[in-house]
Design a protein around this ligand. Structure first.
Ligand code: UP5
Ligand code: MG
Length: 204
């Protein structure tokens, strides 16, 4: 697809920071297409006939980052499908496809590959809160989510990988002046108001 026809925001933050929750809100405000890399990987894991199913399951349970080729391909396909469905920007105010790419890139190699081969992001929404708060949220969600990584052991591994592999990505985009940090400790509504203000400023 034509890179000049898309606006991409990356949405980052630790496990359970509220990325998915806030993306759902921003979709309603701004008509974004929301693509969660984790959701795309879980769908691929469960797709009948997928050659990657078992591999993805193991990586996710261990909190490790699935080899980037798989994730970048899934995202690219999903973006192409969304653009086709909306007839190249129809329904987007400015005619450019608006994407929230949630939970990606979380490792430097993914960031570089996506920037070079798919497109560059305009902004990184970075949701921050304490590990204690994230753990609490994930354990509550774990009671009903059915996610194989919402248990204390996997969560600890996800925190470690986040610090070691994802923080350098935040640093990298921060040096490019692209990162908008949003404190995500408050209520869903309060965090939403802050996120909405940041995005509205961008589109103004
Ligand atoms: N909640 C949300 N906001 C709240 C608030 N303000 N106050 C109180 N509660 C709040 O929220 C988590 C829970 O907290 C929910 O119950 C919510 O109601 C509540 P959610 O919005 O789901 O948080 P989110 O940040 O999206 O948490 P998630 O668990 O999805 O984050 P992860 O980054 O860990 O998960 P993801 O699905 O992105 O990735 C999972 C795994 O996939 C990775 O560990 C990795 O193994 C793999 N992966 C890759 O390999 N490559 C990739 O590129 C991406 C993922
Ligand atoms: Mg999520």
């Amino acid at each position: 697809f034509d890179k000049s026809k898309v606006t991409v925001f990356f949405v980052l933050g630790g496990p359970g920071a509220g990325k998915g929750t806030q993306c759902a809100n921003l979709v309603k405000d701004f008509g974004f297409c929301h693509l969660s890399a984790g959701d795309l990987l879980r769908a691929e894991q469960n797709r009948e006939g997928s050659q990657y199913g078992e591999m993805i399951r193991t990586y996710i349970r261990e909190g490790q980052i699935v080899p980037m080729e798989v994730t970048v391909k899934l995202l690219e396909n999903a973006m192409r499908a969304a653009l086709a469905e909306r007839h190249e920007g129809e329904g987007w105010e400015d005619g450019r496809g608006r994407f929230l790419i949630d939970g990606f890139p979380r490792k430097m190699d993914q960031a570089i590959k996506f920037d070079e081969e798919v497109c560059e992001s305009s902004l990184v929404l970075f949701f921050t809160t304490t590990e204690e708060e994230m753990l609490k949220r994930l354990l509550v969600r774990g009671k009903t989510s059915g996610r194989e990584d919402d248990n204390e052991e996997s969560i600890k591994k996800r925190f470690r990988v986040y610090k070691e592999q994802t923080m350098p990505v935040i640093e990298y985009y921060s040096n490019q002046g692209k990162v908008a940090s949003i404190d995500a400790t408050a209520s869903v509504e309060e965090v939403h108001e802050k996120a909405k203000t940041v995005v509205a400023k961008f589109f103004a």
